[in-house]
Ligand binder design. Structure first.
Ligand code: PMV
Length: 322
């Protein structure tokens, strides 16, 4: 007879993809919609393996010989991961298991790819699979959002939603999650710069701007919201070239919100001059990364890549949104 309560075969691995915001960052914190998609080129993986009886739960990080124990007295190392594991066990009302969770991730941290949410998601998935306590996406999403809130001030929840559901989302804060279809795949370059500003700082600065100039700032949020609706329509109907001007307009409004900087502006200009259909910053801004919509002519891609590197991008990579 099949033993249904049999423990799963360990080791067991779980994965979570990175995300990228296409349109609507910052305004989304203030109730407007935003569009984000999973980025399959970047992902976090966590492997759970059995540990000796009584050893408790430990987490190993890449390139670090030190294990993070759930009940360690060193609060500075791996605090987020330890907290994620603790909160998961608390919510499930499950005692600490004897497990080792090993993390691997190629998602750059603090670069607007949702590294924190992806790592937490992969960790919770691996832990739950190992202790046979499957979570629904809804419960997992709420848990990851609570963890995001502890470390990122007042996040809108877009990162955890795209990462947990692994689908393109049209996201409005505190509204039911809406996914949508991508009619025709389109190609982007993602250009990174070698510095970033923590998202809670730019989000805080936008909030201060809103408090000091409520009317003008509200208008900017509304205009971004209108762009997001048009972008969704363009993506759903395969009207890809029209995404270019929408990206440029969205970038100009983000500049008005003070979250761009001269380097990101220079990269946008360079990409457009080299033939890109559109360009904008993505995520928190003032560093991090930006998106460039590639035109149909494949010959223009290396030209645009070169222009971005010449203009100061530290890395440029290609991704297809489909
Ligand atoms: O920096 P990222 O990619 O995590 O994006 C932040 C997006 C904001 O809209 C600026 C903040 C948020 O919580 O939605």
């Amino acid at each position: 007879m099949e033993n249904l309560s049999q423990a799963p075969t360990l080791p067991i691995s779980s994965r979570a993809y990175a995300k990228i915001i296409l349109f609507g960052e910052h305004a989304v914190v203030h109730g407007q919609p935003a569009i984000a998609v999973p980025l399959q080129a970047l992902s976090a993986h966590v492997t759970a393996e059995a540990s000796p009886k009584g050893s408790g739960l430990s987490i190993s990080l890449p390139h670090s010989p030190e294990l993070i124990y759930l009940h360690s007295d060193n609060p500075s190392v791996g605090q987020t991961l330890r907290h994620t594991a603790k909160l998961t066990l608390e919510r499930l009302a499950i005692p600490e298991p004897d497990l080792k969770l090993s993390l691997h991730s190629n998602i750059p941290m603090g670069a607007g790819f949702g590294s924190g949410a992806a790592v937490s998601t992969a960790l919770v998935r691996a832990l739950c699979a190992a202790i046979q306590a499957p979570l629904t996406n809804e419960t997992l999403n709420a848990l990851i959002y609570d963890i995001e809130k502890l470390y990122h001030g007042t996040p809108s929840g877009i990162d955890n939603t795209v990462i947990v559901y692994e689908q393109p989302v049209f996201f409005i804060r505190e509204k039911p999650i809406e996914s949508f279809k991508i009619h025709t795949p389109f190609n982007l370059l993602i250009a990174r710069v070698d510095y970033a500003t923590p998202t809670y700082i730019t989000v805080g600065d936008v909030r201060t701007l809103y408090e000091s100039q409520p009317q003008q700032t509200r208008q900017i949020f509304d205009q971004i919201g209108a762009i997001v609706h048009q972008a969704r329509h363009a993506i759903e109907t395969g009207s890809i070239p029209s995404l270019g001007p929408l990206m440029n307009q969205n970038h100009a409004l983000l500049r008005q919100l003070t979250v761009s900087d001269e380097n990101l502006d220079r990269l946008c200009d360079a990409a457009l001059q080299a033939g890109a259909w559109g360009a904008k910053l993505s995520g928190g801004g003032r560093g991090g990364n930006m998106l460039i919509l590639l035109p149909e002519e494949p010959a223009l891609r290396p030209k645009i890549e070169n222009a971005l590197l010449q203009a100061g991008a530290s890395e440029v990579f290609f991704t297809s949104i489909n």
